[in-house]
Ligand binder design. Structure first.
Ligand code: SAM
Length: 155
């Protein structure tokens, strides 16, 4: 278990997550990524954790308390809408871990584009955006297609 936690922490550090950052974890679930990020960003950072699933968010609260990082996490329950009510250009890094499959599904590129536009609006100029997937090549192909479709909007 500790090995997995260490691996994850190293992975997040390599992606550039640092102390004091503002991070959005969209589709956070019960916090597999939210909690390790909350540990890295320290007491002056914040993680905004959005999900539409109340049960998972309740589990996230339990997990955050166990890890003693609950004060660094702001939970936002969504209704599945893709509008993100955060201040424009206020976030250093946005994470979409294992959630693109729920948005794109088999063919829902317009919804994915809508979400990316929202993310672009709330992310700082030099901010970062991570898409993490574990669904394999089919989903990777769909995401690559979605990104190539978006290049016209974000050249
Ligand atoms: C496979 S889980 C991934 C959870 C977490 N990111 C992880 O990797 O462990 C996908 C999560 O995305 C959430 N989700 C899917 N579509 C969403 C939407 N439109 N708005 C908010 N959350 C959504 C689901 O409720 C679920 O908790």
């Amino acid at each position: 278990m500790d090995e997995i936690a260490d691996y994850l922490a190293n992975h997040l550090l390599e992606l550039g997550i640092k102390e004091n950052m503002s991070v959005l974890d969209f589709g956070c679930g019960s916090g597999n990524y939210t909690i390790p990020v909350a540990k890295i960003i320290g007491s002056d950072g914040r993680v905004i954790a959005i999900d539409e699933d109340q049960v998972k968010l309740e589990q996230l609260i339990v997990n955050a308390k166990e890890a003693k990082v609950e004060k660094r996490i702001e939970i936002m329950k969504s209704d599945g809408q893709l509008e993100i009510s955060l201040k424009s250009k206020s976030i250093d890094l946005v994470m979409l871990y294992n959630v693109t499959c729920c948005i794109i599904g088999k063919n829902n590129y317009p919804e994915f584009q809508k979400l990316i536009k929202e993310i672009h609006g709330i992310t700082k100029e030099n901010g970062k955006f991570i898409i993490g997937i574990k669904e394999g090549k089919t989903m990777l192909n769909r995401i690559e297609k979605a990104i190539s479709l978006m290049k016209r909007q974000f050249p």
